[in-house]
Design a protein around this ligand. Structure first.
Ligand code: HEM
Length: 505
């Protein structure tokens, strides 16, 4: 005992020092590990926050954002989601961190339906996507190409006008289903741009149109296995997996057939439709695989049909609800076209009120209210918060378009706002992807390449139908009583079709 005594004091001091250093190291490490996570509503085991989001998620997410802030973290099953509901957060993501936020999640249905994500919309960010996006922007949807498709817009709009005259004006002012007519116009226009013919002209084409409807539904469907991987068997049991397989097979059969026909008729190919242009690119350098061609064609249909029909449907609905706006628009169009028979591009350029009506509809009813999802490539700090690699990001474009911080009386449909100085300096607000308070076409690298195509079609159709016809709702229904309920889906259409009566001007 006596012998140990000289060592006991230094031993205890050393022990104390060791304990202090270890404690300091642990505190430091756990402080470093403690991340500044974005605000988050309470979640349930297994479901996470899935129970807080219903069939119109853009509305539920806006309500949650009002409580938890414009940059919040949710969990759908085990998958972390950041929900962005302000222009400032969207700007930071799409400018400072655009590359980090440029990937898309690879859901299993996307892989099956879009040839292992060989398209543009869900392809992972990288060299392949860059090349495909380049083809979209420079070859398929350039301003020059959109102009060259003018004859399709003219013929399809004439066709629509003929149908309205036959089915309403000349049939004792009968009611027509405008929603259905807009869908047919959009799909026929895209079919002719893609293949040179209308799909509704052949039996095979008609089957393709049914499959396309399924495709749109499945691309927006929720596969449990993508969110709670160990519950993936539910997708098998409820038949979702099989439906995806069947639709993928059906679409592939049709596309194989069309490609074969176009390849056989290669001598007559004139590069006037997307498929011929893609086959030409393939022939030039042999670097475009057949699966890539098919996936790109499906993107054209998935991106360009429902969106255009949806916008036309909401635009006319708002005109019915606002007769003064309808009157002002008719006056503008009729004044500019006085004495003329057909609408030219120069005429459309002068129709500033028309452009304002289109923009206001895009603000109030963006066809894709929750922009296509992005996935984060690496840990990143945004708006002062730490966001982990693998988190999915959803931008609520609908909520941003209604944010009172940027928009005066945001719930009001008022096209005049785009003619006021605040929004009219740049006549192209919203269409360049730089105006983050108005993101109907997305922004940044993954922004929509179909803007010119869509806007050219929408402006042309609307100018024609408000020029040629006077409109009213059936059964003496007043505009203010028109049902504006939305239907669920990635593209948010009216819940009920828009019926109307036309009389010739
Ligand atoms: C009113 C009409 C349209 C609307 C509102 C619309 C809206 C959008 C939105 C919100 C995105 C996601 C952007 C993002 O993630 O930042 C997108 C992407 C896309 N759109 Fe459109 N779109 C329309 C028309 C079209 C048309 C006519 C086409 C083709 C013919 C098209 C093809 C695409 C493609 C391929 C993408 C994916 C781009 C990428 O991931 O790089 N869209 N669109």
């Amino acid at each position: 005992m006596e012998l140990l005594h000289p060592f006991i004091f230094p031993f205890l001091v050393s022990l104390f020092l060791l304990w202090s250093i270890t404690k300091w190291w642990f505190i430091k490490k756990s402080a470093a590990n403690k991340k500044n996570s974005p605000p988050s509503p309470r979640k349930l085991p297994i479901l996470g926050n899935l129970h807080q989001v219903g069939s119109l998620p853009h509305r539920d997410l806006q309500t949650l954002a009002n409580k938890h802030g414009p940059f919040m973290l949710l969990h759908f099953g085990t998958v972390p989601f950041i929900i962005v509901s302000s222009a400032d957060s969207a700007r930071e993501i799409m400018t400072t961190h655009d590359i980090v936020f440029s990937n898309r999640p690879d859901f299993k249905s996307f892989k099956k339906l879009l040839y292992g994500c060989k398209d543009v919309a869900v392809a992972p960010y990288g060299e392949y996507w860059k090349r495909m996006k380049g083809i979209f922007v420079h070859q398929l949807l350039s301003n020059k190409r959109v102009q060259s498709f003018r004859y399709i817009r003219e013929e399809e709009t004439d066709h629509l006008i003929g149908k309205i005259i036959r089915e309403s004006c000349n049939a004792g002012n009968k009611v027509v289903n405008l929603s259905k007519m807009f869908s047919e116009l959009a799909i026929d226009g895209i079919c002719r741009s893609a293949f040179g013919v209308k799909c509704s002209d052949s039996e095979n084409g008609k089957k393709f149109l049914v499959l396309l409807k399924d495709l749109m539904e499945l691309l927006g469907a929720l596969c449990i296995g993508d969110f709670v991987p160990w519950l993936g068997w539910i997708d098998r049991v409820n038949g979702l997996d099989k439906r995806v397989d069947d639709v993928a097979r059906g679409l592939d059969c049709f596309l194989e057939d069309v490609i074969r026909q176009h390849t056989e008729a290669s001598k007559e190919r004139n590069g006037e439709n997307f498929l011929d242009i893609l086959l030409e690119i393939c022939g030039d350098n042999n670097t475009l695989e057949k699966d890539s061609i098919k996936a790109l064609l499906l993107d054209v249909f998935a991106g360009g049909t429902d969106t255009i029909a949806t916008l036309l449907e909401w635009l006319m609905s708002e005109l019915f609800r606002h007769p003064i706006v309808m009157g002002k628009l008719q006056n503008e169009v009729r004044e500019i076209l006085r004495g003329k028979h057909a609408i030219k591009d120069d005429d459309l350029e002068k129709m500033h009120y028309l452009k304002a009506v289109v923009k206001e509809t895009l603000r109030c009813h963006p066809p894709i209210p929750l922009l296509t999802r992005r996935i984060i490539d690496k840990d990143v700090k945004v708006m002062g918060y730490d966001v982990s690699k693998g988190t999915t990001v959803m931008i609520n474009g609908w909520a941003i378009g209604r944010d009172p911080q940027y928009w005066d009386e945001p719930e009001k449909f008022e096209p005049e706002r785009f003619l006021k100085k605040k929004y009219s300096n740049d006549n192209n607000i919203a269409f360049k992807g730089l105006d983050f308070e108005f993101m109907s076409f997305g922004a940044g690298r993954r922004g929509c390449p179909g803007i010119s195509f869509a806007v050219a079609t929408i402006e042309f159709v609307v100018a024609n139908i408000v020029h040629k016809f006077n409109w009213e709702l059936p059964d003496g229904l007043q505009g203010k009583d028109l049902d504006m309920t939305e239907s669920p889906g990635a593209t948010v259409r009216r819940a009920t079709p828009l019926f109307a009566i036309a009389t010739l001007n």
